[in-house]
Design a protein around this ligand. Structure first.
Ligand code: SF4
Length: 340
């Protein structure tokens, strides 16, 4: 069920992020992304590694300054002064993929969770705040964990501590980068259930960065699929995964168990490289619809090879997925032969 609201808590507006590559050339890791995240909504951002999703997440966190466009929090453009970023980072918290790397092995659980409070100068009721954050994350009774060190905990407990360290600051949004990728299958479900419960109980919104569409299916209200710095398809998760419209999404979905795509589509050609963005549709060298002749039949093959696609806006308000594909657009356009 979509939890969309007309007032997003976090937005990307025409975000572009450039970086320098060898030889002094510039490459664009994020190329005109528009996204909205509503309060209490979980949005999954999916794509192969190298597609720009982690750079986009870091830009939304204020860790990377965009080359163009802006991040908006509660309707206001993010300011990049030290003070503004400090209060922003209290409201928008990061949860990292690998809890072992995220936790200092010499810090107890108490110190790990209290660290954010101390950085933000919050000294009242520290013990109660730490205990409450741990309890919210299912580490009960919390006092039992205060003096434990990371190596004394299971992988799932460590990830709960990392999430408690974010929650202790009472954020409005968490940005979770592959939050269960390093966990055993048995623990993954528990952490995903925890994220869902935090959304239900506290209205926490989350952007979940993942290469795993199964994870998106389990947890996300909406899904945005990214390829070479652009969102190529976005919409309600169920719609995108049960009826993928963009050929790239179809290829990703085709290899899932019980896929609605009736055959496995192997992505051909080179994986994404933002230093060499193809002309026309940036997915065209790997597109099965172009290779199979379907784009030719629909009269869009030339456009696929030569005409860049417009940047997608945020999802249409009618709830239909947004798709950046010449073939999809041609199939939506009525022809003279279409029934009236
Ligand atoms: Fe494939 Fe053409 Fe659509 Fe690109 S625009 S995804 S090449 S059909």
């Amino acid at each position: 069920m979509s939890k969309r609201s007309p007032s997003p808590v976090l937005s990307a507006r025409g975000l572009e992020v450039d970086f320098r590559v060898r030889g002094g050339r510039r490459a664009r890791a994020v190329d005109g992304v528009n996204l909205d995240l509503a309060p209490g909504e979980i949005l999954a951002l999916a794509g192969e590694s190298g597609c720009g999703k982690t750079t986009l997440a870091r830009t939304l966190l204020g860790l990377v300054r965009p080359s163009a466009g802006q991040v908006e929090y509660a309707g206001r453009p993010l300011a990049y002064s030290t003070g503004a970023l400090k209060s922003y980072r209290r409201a928008v918290q990061l949860v990292l993929q690998d809890p072992t790397g995220a936790l200092n092995p010499r810090h107890t659980v108490y110190e790990a969770v209290a660290e954010g409070l101390r950085i933000h100068g919050i000294s009242d009721n520290e013990r109660d705040r730490v205990a409450e954050a741990l309890a919210r994350c299912g580490l009960r009774p919390p006092e039992r964990f205060f003096l434990a060190y990371p190596h004394e905990l299971s992988g799932g407990q460590r990830q709960r501590v990392v999430i408690a360290g974010a929650l202790v600051l009472e954020p409005k949004v968490i940005i979770a980068d592959e939050p269960v990728a390093s966990l055993d299958a048995s623990v993954r479900g528990e952490i995903l259930a925890l994220l869902l419960r935090l959304r239900e109980e506290f209205g926490l919104a989350a952007l979940v960065v993942t290469h795993d569409l199964g994870l998106a299916w389990s947890i996300a209200d909406r899904l945005a699929v990214m390829y070479l710095g652009r969102i190529v398809e976005s919409g309600p998760t169920e719609q995108v995964l049960t009826n993928p419209r963009h050929p790239y999404t179809q290829a990703l979905v085709s290899v899932l168990p019980d896929s609605p795509v009736d055959r496995s589509i192997i992505l051909s050609g080179e994986p994404p490289d933002v230093t060499r963005i193809p002309a026309g549709c940036r997915f065209h060298p790997r597109c099965h619809e172009l290779a199979s002749g379907a784009a030719e039949q629909a009269g869009v093959a030339e456009a696929c090879r030569r005409t860049p696609l417009p940047v997608l806006g945020t999802d249409p308000t009618d709830g239909a997925p947004a798709v950046a594909c010449h073939l999809h657009a041609a199939r939506l356009t009525p022809t003279a032969d279409s029934p009236k």
